[in-house]
Design a protein around this ligand. Sequence first.
Ligand SMILES: Cc1cc2nc3c(=O)[nH]c(=O)nc-3n(C[C@H](O)[C@H](O)[C@H](O)COP(=O)(O)OP(=O)(O)OC[C@H]3O[C@@H](n4cnc5c(N)ncnc54)[C@H](O)[C@@H]3O)c2cc1C
Length: 402
Amino acid sequence: MNGFSEVTVVGAGPCGSFAALNLAKHGVKVTVFEEHKEIGVPTHCAGHLSIKNLKRLGLDSLPKGIIENSFKGAVIHAPYNTELTVKFNSPVTCTVNRALFDKYIARLAENAGANYMLNSRVKSLKIKGKTVEGVILQNKQVFSSKIVIDAEGISARLLKQAGLPSNNRMIVKSVQIEVENVKNVNLDLVEVFLGNNYAPGFYAWLIPKRDGKAKVGLAVSRGNPENYLQKLIHKHPKASEKLGTTKILQKSFHSISLGGPISKPYSNGFLVVGDAASQVKPTTGGGLILGMTCAKIAAKTAFEALERNNFSSSFLRKYKQICDENLGLDFSVMLKIRKLLNSLSDRKIEETIRFFKRMSLEKTFQKIEDIDFQGRSLLKILWKPRISLALIYLILTFLSNP
Ligand SMILES: Cc1cc2nc3c(=O)[nH]c(=O)nc-3n(C[C@H](O)[C@H](O)[C@H](O)COP(=O)(O)OP(=O)(O)OC[C@H]3O[C@@H](n4cnc5c(N)ncnc54)[C@H](O)[C@@H]3O)c2cc1C
């Protein structure tokens, strides 16, 4: 059975479903193909999100059960023994159950009129000349459409076929576990562990849940993440106190692309969103808010293309232009911060955090209005004398020997 839909979405992750939701709301006929039998499973993500930006995306009233905990701030553990706590007066972030979150967005899209085809793996794009005209499923069925939105996550197998650049720059390999019996944690704070001994090229995290369990993970730019996780659990002076006697309930492995968005996320009849387009924060690896923000822009662009009956690359490039206007500064600042962090030795990171603490910079960090749009947030606090001083310190640190 071959089929047709005005827009086809590949992948029912949050970005694919959010694009579908925003198209279906406009009455567009949209079909989402998901390779798994169940949406949101298997899950690989910590689901740590900014409450403010969930609201901005219109997702502030998540049903009970999806939000597992909310947080007023974070404890940052420097590579040796310095600890810096940044705490706000009220919750600023939350952690969601990713499987339930993905299912919820898909249900919203379905209720708005989107059609879901589960257990349906897209094998390749249907291309005529240089234009994408639909998808070909694993079972050889052909599904035609005017626009295909690629939301297949980091694997991004379809990008190459569409002749687009890949998202495989600055990839880190991650492992995440869910544990029970975690000790000595403040349920209001997430914890971050820095240092090349435990998470070279990234960091480790501990996200406590209200039910006594926690999500613990890390990513590394070299070596086996599993070995680093064992070391974190059993050897890290602070983490081992919290995790040494925990029981692992679940484990997953996945990659995260930290290189910033791909340079061309569109071609004739084709748009790329979310992890497939590497719309992920290079600093923290968070991709939900920015990916869904771009998915919404892609949906708007696709809707306008349908109205004008123009699916050419020269029209669809509008998608990238709007993403750049909205997020370009943030991505480029975050990429620079990631490169700076990667270039610093553990000793320098320790010294920097100690310096931040001495300067009571955690109070200034509390003025950061937005943890997702980090470029503009940093620019807003840049004029503050303490931050200017810290920047000078950082530049000097960066320029001096490791
Ligand atoms: C360990 C870890 C922790 C993370 N923690 C956070 C966090 O705390 N906060 C945050 O914001 N981000 C986090 N991220 C990043 C976040 O998980 C991703 O940015 C987000 O899932 C991207 O959504 P997506 O819809 O683009 O892709 P995905 O969520 O990967 O969804 C892609 C979907 O496409 C389907 N698919 C793939 N290929 C095909 C095909 N050929 N045919 C049909 N279906 C297909 C897949 O089955 C999947 O359902 C984390 C990532 C990792 C690895």
